[in-house]
Write a protein that binds this ligand. Structure first.
Ligand code: AMP
Ligand code: MG
Ligand code: MG
Length: 236
């Protein structure tokens, strides 16, 4: 316990120094996503459905969030939220009852992304290859759960197509482990270790997304070179 505390303090001091190691980035924009889903105590899941769908667009040259997308989504397989889920996420039954189905949410999300692509001359890419004069972008999530488990499984069950932009992404938890050479204690622990206080409510999807963006920006300023860590099979 004592050892842990000493170690942690040393880490915080280290990362409170002003960061000067910002590198040129291949990606001009990062789109950070953090889903909340139906859940039950002791991870006693039947199926999980997305109930909150947020996304925030981070400019990697100045750390500004330039656009946000946010909808509550109506679960259809298990429409009644468990008391545990409401407590964990802060999401109310009314919010999901008034939410939109996932298929509509994905259509709105695609429309929002396509507008951003036009307005900001963005192209979502997974590799180093970007045509000249285009701002490369990719997705960021904390762990692979959001896109590789939650959305993938729900979309398969409901036979919904997902936008191609969500086919590759950065698992920031993995990137954090590799970059700082330490295992974070959740998103909040990762933020604490670099001296950032979580703003808002943990397990609120929008707040989680904004705080994940703050962490990504911090890592960039500390010299992290943004790179895709995961692509779905068959994605070119
Ligand atoms: P998070 O992004 O950490 O808020 O988690 C995303 C989703 O994972 C939540 O909406 C829950 O469905 C599930 N989840 C997270 N933490 C727990 C937990 N301690 N017990 C059960 N489910 C959880
Ligand atoms: Mg999350
Ligand atoms: Mg969350």
């Amino acid at each position: 316990m004592q050892m842990g505390l000493i170690r942690k303090r040393a880490v915080v001091n280290n990362f409170q120094k002003p960061s000067v190691r910002k590198l040129d980035q291949h990606y001009s924009f990062l789109l950070i996503i953090d889903f909340e889903s139906t859940c039950w105590e002791n991870r006693n899941y039947r199926t999980q459905e997305i109930i909150e769908f947020p996304a925030v667009l981070l400019n990697t040259s100045n750390g500004k969030i330039e656009s946000e997308f946010h909808y509550y989504v109506q679960p259809q397989e298990q429409p009644t939220l468990s008391a545990f889920c409401k407590q964990l996420t802060g999401i109310t039954q009314e919010q999901v009852d008034e939410g939109i189905p996932l298929s509509l949410c994905l259509a709105k999300f695609t429309y929002w992304i396509e507008n951003l692509e036009r307005e900001k001359n963005i192209m979502f890419v997974k590799s180093e290859y970007v045509p000249k004069g285009v701002n490369a972008a990719t997705i960021v999530t904390w762990s692979d759960w959001d896109l590789n488990v939650c959305l993938l499984n729900e979309a398969r069950r409901k036979q919904i197509r997902t936008p191609y932009q969500l086919n590759s992404w950065i698992d920031l938890r993995l990137a954090y482990k590799v970059f700082y050479q330490r295992k974070p204690n959740g998103l909040n622990g990762a933020l604490e270790d670099v001296g950032i206080i979580f703003k808002g409510r943990q397990h609120s999807g929008l707040d989680d997304s904004r705080n994940t963006a703050a962490l990504a920006w911090r890592m960039i300023r500390d010299g992290y070179k943004v790179e895709v860590t995961k692509s779905l099979r068959g994605v070119r």
